[in-house]
Design a protein around this ligand. Structure first.
Ligand SMILES: [Zn+2]
Length: 120
């Protein structure tokens, strides 16, 4: 019964570290940093690399000059204009003939008074 080194745990740990290292690597790469560098960083110090990758500034974002918004002088509030009273409470179901002026049904095809074809 001798002690011998079981490499299974090491291999499993290696594989896990290998895979996990891609997380900070991907994050760092997306931010314009070295993906390979962060992969090694993550391989050895996963948690720290992950925190650094998340916390670090996005280098791909161009530093844009601050746009100074000139405050426009406040315009006086628009005076309340009451809406014009509606001329008609409801659209009239009747209309006047364009020719003789007699009242006819809104959907009438032909004028009752003169027999002219109704215009819509
Ligand atoms: Zn008519």
């Amino acid at each position: 019964m001798g002690y011998y080194f079981d490499p299974t745990g090491l291999i499993v740990g290696f594989v896990i570290a290998f895979g996990l290292a891609f997380i900070p690597s991907t994050i760092a790469k997306r931010k314009g940093a070295s993906g390979v560098g962060f992969w090694f960083f993550g391989f050895f110090l996963f948690l720290i690399a992950l925190i650094v990758a998340i916390a670090m500034k996005d280098r791909t974002v161009q530093q844009q000059p601050q746009v100074v918004v000139v405050q426009q002088p406040q315009a006086p509030p628009p005076r309340y204009v009451p809406p014009p009273p509606p001329r008609q409470k409801a659209p009239s179901p009747k209309k006047n003939c364009a020719y003789c002026g007699s009242l006819m049904a809104h959907d009438a095809e032909v004028c009752n008074g003169c027999g002219a074809k109704a215009t819509r």
